[in-house]
Design a protein around this ligand. Sequence first.
Ligand SMILES: Cc1cc2nc3c(=O)[nH]c(=O)nc-3n(C[C@H](O)[C@H](O)[C@H](O)COP(=O)(O)OP(=O)(O)OC[C@H]3O[C@@H](n4cnc5c(N)ncnc54)[C@H](O)[C@@H]3O)c2cc1C
Ligand code: FES
Length: 242
Amino acid sequence: MQKKDYTVTENRLIAADTYRLVLSGEGPVEGEFVHLEIPGYFLRRPFSVCETSQDGLTLLYKTVGEGTRALANLPVGTTLSVVSGLGKGFSADACRENALLVAGGLGAAPLYLLAKELKAQGKHITAILGFNKADELVLQKEFEALCDQVAITTLDGSVGIKGFVTDALKSLQPEYDYFYTCGPMVMMKAVCDMLSGPGEASLEERMGCGAGFCYGCSIQTTNGPRRVCHDGPVFKKEEILW
Ligand SMILES: Cc1cc2nc3c(=O)[nH]c(=O)nc-3n(C[C@H](O)[C@H](O)[C@H](O)COP(=O)(O)OP(=O)(O)OC[C@H]3O[C@@H](n4cnc5c(N)ncnc54)[C@H](O)[C@@H]3O)c2cc1C
Ligand code: FES
């Protein structure tokens, strides 16, 4: 775990209420998520790492409350304090050959980081990316560049398959030996219920310290209580008590 200052080099609206934040400083960043200090807010906010580079990292975030709205107003050149090296991420090695990635909304961000790792390992990847409507779509081209197959679903049918990611799973019946999912809890539960094969899901909880000290993000699992920030956020399907 390390705390460093980074400079905002891009903070741009890329989809409905969705921003791409590029931070420059020292990279590449370790860990599954970072804890950002937003000026004026006492508690840091957790965001998944979407991409890392030699001199920093990229995050995608949605404006859902005061903190993220304040983040969206920060101009290029702002210095932000970033705690990185947090969380246990997806285990790319668990997949032998065929990986299935199922994302809901910005759940696509950490799965994109994973897709790069899987691709570097020579694995075949099928990605299903679900959104409410066309103007929320992110990372389609980026996934297409890495994956053997990419399916988009939207609830209103404005792009791709109309319906939920589970509708795409039903119709496509993708071949996989390990799956990875990230998105709203209700979506991940439906995916885990539907897929009989092994896999893992990245959970979201409100966080205090983000580093395992305050127990504010504790959940019950089949292995007893676990801290999402420290023992997760990625958990194996069979560990999760929905
Ligand atoms: C490990 C992890 C990775 C995350 N990655 C991303 C990401 O890549 N992109 C992104 O946009 N968001 C991500 N989030 C969620 C993000 O941290 C929250 O949206 C953000 O903290 C909200 O701050 P706020 O001040 O705008 O909202 P607040 O004013 O604090 O809350 C506004 C609304 O958002 C909900 N909310 C706040 N924090 C969380 C949370 N941690 N989980 C679920 N709901 C929350 C609240 O219940 C409330 O309904 C992640 C959360 C976790 C735990
Ligand atoms: S947020 Fe403090 S232990 Fe997880």
